[in-house]
Design a protein around this ligand. Structure first.
Ligand SMILES: *Cc1c(COP(=O)(O)O)cnc(C)c1O
Length: 226
């Protein structure tokens, strides 16, 4: 299993304009360094403590993305440096990110996580609850948060037509909201969708950012149910 070969293979299949987040959760710093040495700079992690520990061992020019569920009490630890938070799923979390970002004089880009899959999930806005939050408008006063787009995960299924349909739903929500709420905010531009098993479908449906882990780093050793 060769990380650099896998990485190049994934990159070769991505059109210009689609960025790769190499999802390195549960893999050691040495694995990240291998990808780094092949030129990869964006890495995605889903647990604050694991991220903080690895970051200490790795070069400063890595752009760290937080891709998992983020608890409000963890925001303060990543606020000084995190480049993009992929899974903002409540106004409360956005407000906390705003508060912590202000302490560091930062504006933190965030994506709104939308639940589009059929599986039950505690996380993510529904399309309706997200639209209501955007309509309410309080987010416009969060000067230290930039809503940079949306993120979602398709159902974990072999049914490609279903996956494709879910990604199209996400793209349609992005287009609707871009016009309705972000027409004067060019920073709203990302659709984070696509993982190892479905990223080619996501790219065809309009993804601007894919989050690929096991296809680059191999299988993860699960230590928790995360
Ligand atoms: C783990 C994870 C990924 C990567 O999954 P792979 O199947 O290994 O590519 C992408 N997005 C999120 C939110 C994840 O938690």
């Amino acid at each position: 299993m060769d990380i650099q070969t896998n990485l190049k293979q994934v990159l070769a299949g991505l059109p210009v304009g689609v960025r790769l987040v190499a999802v390195s959760k549960f893999h050691p710093a040495e694995a990240i360094r291998e990808a780094y040495e092949a030129g990869q700079r964006i890495f995605g992690e889903s647990r604050e403590q694991e991220l903080s520990e690895k970051r200490k061992e790795l070069p400063d020019d890595i752009e760290w993305h937080f891709i998992g569920h983020l608890q409000t009490n963890k925001v303060k630890y990543i606020a000084p440096y995190i480049a993009l938070i992929h899974a903002a799923d409540s106004y409360k979390l956005l407000a906390e990110i705003n508060k912590q970002a202000a302490k560091h004089n930062r504006v933190i880009p965030c994506l709104l996580e939308i639940h589009i899959a059929q599986e039950e999930s505690k996380y993510g806005f529904t399309p309706e609850s997200c639209r209501a939050m955007l309509e309410e408008g309080k987010w416009k006063r969060l000067d230290h948060v930039r809503i940079a787009g949306i993120m979602g995960m398709a159902t974990n299924t072999g049914d490609e037509a279903q996956i494709e349909q879910e990604f199209h739903t996400l793209k349609a929500l992005f287009d609707e909201w871009k016009q309705a709420f972000f027409a004067d905010r060019p920073g709203f531009k990302e659709i984070s969708m696509g993982m190892s098993h479905d990223y080619p479908i996501a790219v065809r449906a309009g993804s601007t950012m894919v989050r690929v882990g096991s296809k680059i780093f191999g299988d993860r050793v699960y230590t928790t149910n995360n």
